[in-house]
Ligand binder design. Sequence first.
Ligand code: DGY
Length: 353
Amino acid sequence: MLRFVIIAAVAAVFLPVKDALLVNMTKNLKVVVSSNDYPESGLEVLREHFTVVQSPYSHFGEEGATTNKEELLKLVPGSSALVWVTHHPITKELLDTAGPQLKMVATVSAGYNHCNVPELKARGIKLANTPNVLSSAVAEVAVGLILGAARRFTENLEQVRRGVWEISFDKGLGQDIRDSTVGIVGLGGIGQATVKRLSGFEVGKFLYTGHREKPEAKALNAEFTTLDNLLQQSDFIVLAVPLTDETRHMINSTTLGKMKKNAILINVGRGDLVDQDALYEALKNKNIYAAGLDVTTPEPLPKDHKLLTLPNLFVLPHIGSATVRTRNDMAVLAANNVINGLTGKPLITPVLP
Ligand code: DGY
């Protein structure tokens, strides 16, 4: 017993010293934060361990896109890690400019299609993303898009703005979620959270498709099926898959042609999952009922884009993860990934461990 007490006492004295030494050793490592909109919560975690350099610009808008890129090329030389808050591609130029000491990239997003995974892998640079913490926020937006598209929010809001309300018992009618078939393309964290949130809407049947059956599906009462079958049967089709070479334009004129006339397409993944020209035609010709998009190509969608002329399209400006709590959680997770990555511990949410 006495031996245990002594060991515990010695450990209590020396462990904090060890931690402090570790922090001292990492303090000279430079970590670059790619834009000025990264939350203070994440900066605090990073500053405790590293020398943090942050771009004074954000990547939004035309000016942001160019100014921030130039600024980043100035900031990255000598950095050990990049905290990537923007959707700017991680280019070879950027990696070459950063230098061979760059050990890791932490993208503050679940999606990492902009991160040039093959190039990072070839250079032995670790990559972490921020999945899971944003699933509920993105799922809430998926539900919002379902409601917005099914109940014709775009044209109804337009009537309110114009001050001309077409109120009539047979006008402005939308579609029910009750008793519908909802097909989820990609039953990952976001897909599962969407099913959970919709379970109060008396959905008739949940279908899902993906590479393989998911053990979580049973508890969610979701039935595994092929993409073709899902497209043919679903009243609502929710895209919740990452953008890869396989999923790019998975919704095109052929797959749109398989959907029901009353189908409503929802996209909370990435704009390029959908061939937008084909979607425009399908919506304009009423081959499908409506669509709800949180993601488009490009972002921002130019205000004179032909998609925005469609009354049966409900669009949001990529706000899936945009809540105070979720953005803080993402920032802190990214910062903790950097700490682990630069101190030889396993990444918490690795893409390239
Ligand atoms: C993500 O995390 O990938 C969301 O789309 C927010 O960028």
